[in-house]
Design a protein around this ligand. Structure first.
Ligand SMILES: Cc1cc2nc3c(=O)[nH]c(=O)nc-3n(C[C@H](O)[C@H](O)[C@H](O)COP(=O)(O)OP(=O)(O)OC[C@H]3O[C@@H](n4cnc5c(N)ncnc54)[C@H](O)[C@@H]3O)c2cc1C
Length: 380
């Protein structure tokens, strides 16, 4: 996105955080993007980005300064423009921080949150399954049974990203008593090194191979008060759902912008024939800037719990996924064979855009949820 094309209140070219993020993205991250696509987990780059403040801009700062979702989304876009997989891992770290801070649990907030914000520790989110369960797409996969001082959790999540043996992530389990569901859910931070937890390698994906994605098995995992984010979980989810989904627009914005940039890169040589293609870069840029302006406006009130606001967020997220697919495909058509080389960012971005479209909430899930919320009976 060219800052000069944005309304003045959206153009933030001089923000030091964005300058630091851009330097990391276009330096060490760009050098590793191919290796990440082939499966290398970029712990060092993630730590550098977090140390620069790129994964905590949306959180209330230690001095009480309120979080800035606009800045967090812009930072994620700068990274996703270079490597969509790393943009996704930034989102994982961002929402794990959101869970820690929103928990209100002193054991999760103090040092644990501070270390997370600085990137000294890394983590992710296992909320795809619960989000799909709340949208009546599938059943909850983790079950929690109350025991003295906490819960015993059992079950398997098929894929959770930004993980390593010493990482952690936010998870939700259905609370069961005597083998029966209580209708209540428990949200907690799951430590990958806790007794009873096993990380298993996933089958090979067509993209996102370097995202540290594992299947996580829990066998009688004890969850005590120090790891509880919310019990019951739903009131907290209602507060954070807007910010959770909105932050993902940063990944989409970066993938779209990267695709547009690679179209311009061949314009001098191939513009004479590329002008016969649909989805030309100037048209996509106008649509991307319009979408980003909308996302920036929504990012001013991420904790708005109204249905109307959430529908707007879901719609912007769906637009981001659809535009990412179109832009990535058009960039491939614009670049031709050079974009089809295995080392080309252009074909990698097609697979990254596909991920934006299928990661929860996937386009189909977004449309189902928009339909449900728009037709739901309003309370009298
Ligand atoms: C690379 C990658 C990283 C991911 N990272 C995370 C993460 O960090 N956190 C997180 O919570 N989720 C993560 N997911 C899951 C993701 O968000 C989606 O939930 C998942 O892609 C399926 O969503 P869907 O809406 O397409 O469901 P569908 O694919 O439509 O799934 C419907 C049902 O089919 C099952 N299913 C789908 N594929 C298979 C299969 N191969 N074998 C058996 N059953 C299957 C699903 O479990 C589900 O019950 C990741 C997925 C991928 C591919």
């Amino acid at each position: 996105m060219n800052p000069a094309d944005l309304p003045p209140e959206l153009a933030t070219p001089c923000v030091p955080l964005l300058e630091a993020v851009r330097a990391i993205a276009q330096g060490p991250l760009a050098a590793q993007a191919y290796a990440i696509d082939r499966g290398a987990y970029p712990a060092d780059v993630l730590k550098q980005l977090a140390a620069a403040g790129a994964m905590s801009a949306h959180l209330t700062q230690a001095d009480g300064t309120p979080g800035d979702y606009r800045l967090a989304i812009q930072a994620m876009a700068e990274v996703a423009k270079v490597c969509g997989a790393t943009g996704f891992m930034m989102w994982c770290q961002c929402v794990a921080g959101l869970y820690l801070q929103a928990s209100g649990n002193p054991a999760l907030m103090g040092d644990r949150l501070a270390q997370h914000m600085r990137g000294q520790t890394l983590g992710g989110t296992g909320l795809s399954n619960p989000m799909k369960s709340f949208a009546q797409i599938e059943a909850l996969l983790l079950k929690a049974t109350p025991v003295d001082g906490g819960y015993l959790v059992n079950g398997t999540l098929p894929w959770v990203s930004n993980l390593a043996p010493d990482h952690y992530f936010g998870a939700i389990a259905a609370v069961q008593v005597d083998g029966g569901c209580t209708g209540r859910e428990l949200m907690f931070m799951l430590r990958c090194d806790a007794p009873g937890v096993t990380l298993k390698a996933c089958p090979e994906f067509s993209g996102m191979e370097g995202t540290g994605t594992y299947s996580v098995q829990c066998k009688d995992l004890f969850v005590g008060a120090d790891d509880i984010v919310a019990d019951p979980a739903k009131p907290l989810i209602a507060r954070i759902r807007g910010g959770f989904v909105l932050l993902q627009c940063g990944i989409a914005a970066g993938v779209i912008q990267g695709a547009i940039d690679s179209m311009w890169a061949v314009e001098g040589q191939l513009g004479h024939v590329n002008r016969f293609l649909e989805d030309r870069p100037a048209d996509l840029q106008a649509e991307c800037d319009g979408l980003l302006a909308r996302v920036m406006k929504l990012a001013e009130t991420p904790f708005d719990t109204s249905n109307d606001y959430f529908i707007d967020v879901l719609d912007a997220r769906a637009h981001g996924a659809e535009l990412a697919l179109r832009a990535a495909q058009s960039a491939l058509l614009h670049q031709g064979a050079r974009g089809y080389l295995m080392r080309s960012e252009v074909q990698r971005r097609v697979r990254e855009a596909q991920f934006v479209a299928i990661v929860t909430p996937a386009i189909k899930h977004l449309r189902k949820e928009i339909h449900r919320l728009s037709t739901e009976e309003m309370p009298a």
